[in-house]
Design a protein around this ligand. Structure first.
Ligand code: HEM
Length: 407
């Protein structure tokens, strides 16, 4: 497909701020999305493994991981929306075409996700206190994981199909006969998909170090359990990194000929190095792991590693769409809209900041308190501020909308 045609598919109105902003936010939010997906998949699998075990440590871990998965699914879904918005803004010719070509799956995505989330919650509801109670209906959690993988696979196919504009016409009208059903998945790469999914193994390993540190903050008496977590975390980090690196190599070796040079460039090396550092970091910390806030630093390092990996993923898209097809997302026409851009950052920083600070503080302090937890006045004030800001936000949303429509 020639470049002019790709440009013709752009929104003629342009975009409301500089495309670089959308590019950076797209990469950063996708890194957070996929990290939450990794925690979701990792904790769900550990929950299944533990729920099927008779070992007390495993059952205790399963109990904690069901709760983790329950929260992670919400975070993964909510944060998934952000890269969805950004990719639509600067890569609309590619994203929409890819979506339309597999429309049936795009719609199905929502239903599959709903069933998967319900299955997870059924398991959660049936299994309070796995440590002392028999496991009920482990099949629901297994089903949830399988369906989450289908959901991820749909996103994967959409992400790959958008990179092959040369194939679009053939996919739309195979041998000249139009197929407008949208029922087919046209392209996928098992190595690439496998790589992103396999990252769940080291990520959940690193997550276990954070969980361990959290328990230490509560003066956990069961040191055997803490050692168990440390062993598990280290093992998952090492094995998972190895598996992910093999899949990364497979992905890079299979890159299309016109971007094959990418495989030997800086990005795959940076991604591999970031992953290795993140997995090795808890081990490198040695005894410091048990001191102060050091115990949480592995999660910080893993977050940076995820951003490096997300940047590498974006670089693949860049060399394909700009390098091969001549489409430059950074030359998108800008129709600057200060209101929406300002509102975005205010929502993110002020409203989001207040609500997230409140939720994290309450969750943290409640978890560290023995007996009944009563938030301090300062914490309550942050909560109230969050609610007031939210009400103001809703008022401005409808107020501005009505003013624009009728004034
Ligand atoms: C909970 C199950 C989910 C899993 C396992 C999952 C997994 C993945 C994976 C593996 C990718 C990378 C595909 C690739 O590059 O090859 C991806 C991309 C993406 N996911 Fe998810 N995802 C899930 C849910 C969601 C949800 C609910 C949303 C949106 C509401 C979402 C939005 C996205 C977007 C927009 C991308 C592509 C971003 C881009 O190309 O810039 N995901 N997801």
């Amino acid at each position: 497909m020639d470049t002019a045609m790709l440009y013709a598919l752009r929104d003629p109105l342009g975009i409301p701020a500089h495309p670089l902003l959308f590019l950076i936010l797209g990469v950063a939010t996708w890194a957070l999305h996929i990290a939450a997906v990794h925690v979701l998949l990792g904790s769900s699998v550990l929950a299944i493994r533990g729920a099927l075990s008779k070992d007390d440590h495993w059952r205790r871990l399963a109990d904690a991981m069901v709760n983790t998965a329950k929260v992670a699914v919400s975070v993964a879904i909510v944060i998934g929306v952000a890269p969805l918005l950004f990719v639509q803004v600067i890569y609309d010719p590619f994203w929409y075409t890819s979506n339309v070509l597999s429309a049936w799956w795009v719609i199905g995505f929502i239903f599959i996700l709903i069933v998967a989330t319900l299955a997870l919650f059924i398991f959660y509801a049936l299994n309070h206190g796995l440590r002392t109670h028999k496991t009920r209906c482990p099949g629901s959690m297994i089903l949830a994981v399988l369906l989450f993988l289908v959901v991820g696979f749909i996103m994967h196919a959409l992400s790959v199909q958008m990179l092959e504009p040369d194939q679009w016409k053939e996919w739309y009208a195979p041998n000249g006969v139009i197929d407008a059903s949208g029922r087919s998945i046209h392209a996928f790469d098992p190595w690439r998909f496998g790589f992103f999914i396999a990252l769940s193994i080291p990520v959940i390993g690193i997550w276990l170090f954070g969980y361990r540190r959290y328990l230490q903050g509560r003066h956990e008496a069961d040191t055997d359990y803490l050692d168990f977590l440390k062993r598990m975390g280290t093992r998952l980090g090492a094995v998972g990194t190895l598996v992910a690196l093999v899949l990364l190599v497979g992905w890079m070796r299979g890159l299309p000929e016109d971007i094959a040079g990418f495989a030997t460039g800086i990005w795959p090396i940076a991604a591999a190095a970031a992953l290795i550092v993140a997995a090795a970091f808890p081990v490198l910390l040695g005894r410091r792991l048990d001191r102060g806030l050091w115990g949480y630093t592995p999660i910080l390092v893993a977050t940076v590693a995820m951003i490096v990996i997300a940047t590498m993923r974006e670089a693949v898209r860049w060399v394909t769409l700009f390098g091969v097809h001549g489409y430059n997302p950074l030359d998108y026409k800008i129709t600057m809209d200060w209101y929406s851009t300002g509102l975005f950052f205010l929502t993110f920083g002020v409203l989001g900041g207040a609500v997230v600070t409140y939720l994290l503080t309450v969750a943290w302090q409640a978890g560290q308190t023995e007996g009944t937890y009563t938030p301090s006045r300062a914490v309550n004030r942050i909560g109230t501020a969050g609610i007031v800001l939210l009400l103001l936000w809703i008022a401005q949303y409808f107020g501005f909308g009505l003013w624009t429509a009728y004034a």
